[in-house]
Ligand binder design. Structure first.
Ligand code: G6P
Length: 367
């Protein structure tokens, strides 16, 4: 049924395992698999005329937006402004003349996001939302609704909504690149082909579940954990830390790999493991050397990378999690899986209420 756990112990586990299917659904809303082209809903942004896109959201949805910033900049050469919704409207944003504003929200009811939307509207921005609940307030107040097909998400900590948001955002950014003529037809087809592979790779990433459960048993005893990443993996470090905080109550922080040495490395000891998100991309060597700096100070490094990355840098680490090789820019959708499983099993080890963590609400309707 729609709202049972389908044999899983928690809704969160069920929702993590649904991802190959719901990501495929989301992609199918945007992609023509025969021509390998992307199509946006009628009346979407005129990306060629847009002079800036402002992205805003809260929590996990904000981190999806941070990943999308890298995509819009690289593929569409579109200037991006991004902030959490609870800050955006308290700044005096110099809105541009032909600006668009894109809000990301599972529920479509988050009060801060709705207020940021109204602020953008008052400043004559064209308003779009990537939203899971089509009849929500944010969907109703948007000029353009970009659907995601995650289905109902019950677990308070967002999992499948996040990866579906990423899938939808990747499609939107590819379409923006085509319209702005910063992506060629071949590049579009190549990206779409890589995107169509993602559901299968996510299913493969899920197979590491037992191994991750073992690692999480040790993480549960730590005083805290750091996540690091570079490029598109930096927002994933932030999301990895958020997931752990939310459901396992373990103190976790996400850092840009290169920023670790500017302060937080002082905290590293054998009781503070550091999870390194390092897909095989242009940043791999630099992030691996940041990891070595941690290991040289007796830090326990957990390397999350593909087979090749683990072969190159995983010899003396505390533990490794192998993740399927993907298109480097699309890695976040696949790397979301080990991050979610690590948080999930740390929480089940500690015995916390995974689906209803203390002090949190699924949808926050106060500012
Ligand atoms: C709450 C949830 C988070 C979620 C955030 C934004 O804080 O606990 O998991 O990311 O709201 O929710 P939204 O519905 O706007 O995506």
């Amino acid at each position: 049924g729609l709202v049972d756990k389908d044999g899983h112990r928690h809704f969160m586990a069920k929702e993590i395992h649904e991802q190959p299917e719901v990501i495929a659904h989301t992609i199918s809303r945007y992609v023509d698999p025969t021509t390998k082209t992307v199509h946006l809903p009628d009346g979407s942004f005129n990306f060629a005329k847009l002079d800036r896109l402002t992205i805003s959201a809260c929590g996990t949805a904000y981190y999806a937006g941070l990943v999308a910033k890298y995509w819009f900049e690289k593929w569409a050469r579109l200037p991006i402004e991004i902030d959490v919704a609870s800050e955006l409207r308290y700044r005096d944003v110099p809105w541009t003349k032909n600006g668009g504003a894109l809000f990301i929200t599972q529920s479509g009811e988050t009060a801060d996001t709705l207020s940021a939307l109204r602020e953008a509207r008052a400043n004559n921005q064209q308003i779009a939302a990537v939203v899971n609940v089509p009849e929500s307030s944010i969907a109703r107040e948007s000029d353009i609704v970009f659907p995601m097909a995650a289905g109902p998400e019950i677990g308070v900590a967002s999992t499948k909504a996040f990866t579906c948001q990423l899938a939808a955002l990747a499609c939107i950014a590819i379409a923006a690149g085509r319209e702005r003529e910063t992506l060629s037809a071949e590049q579009e087809q190549e990206l779409v082909s890589s995107l169509l592979e993602i559901p299968r790779l996510v299913a493969e990433a899920l197979k590491q579940s037992d191994k991750i459960e073992g690692i999480a048993r040790d993480i549960a005893k730590a005083t805290g954990i750091f996540y690091i990443g570079r490029g598109v993996s930096y927002p994933m470090a932030l999301e990895g830390a958020l997931k752990l905080k939310e459901i396992s109550y373990l103190h976790a922080e996400g850092y840009a790999s290169g920023e670790l040495k500017h302060g937080p490395i002082a905290l590293i000891d054998e009781n503070l493991p550091i999870a390194v998100i390092a897909p095989m991309d242009a940043h791999f060597e630099k992030t691996a050397s940041n990891m070595q700096e941690v290991m040289a100070r007796d830090g326990k490094a957990l390397l999350i990378s593909c087979k090749e990355g683990i072969a190159r840098a995983g010899a003396k680490t505390w533990a490794n999690i192998e993740t399927p090789k993907t298109h480097p820019m699309l890695a976040p959708i696949v790397y979301a899986v080990p991050i979610q499983l690590l948080a999930y099993f740390t929480a089940t080890t500690k015995g916390t209420d995974v689906d209803q963590p203390r002090n949190l609400a699924k949808s926050v309707t106060v500012e």
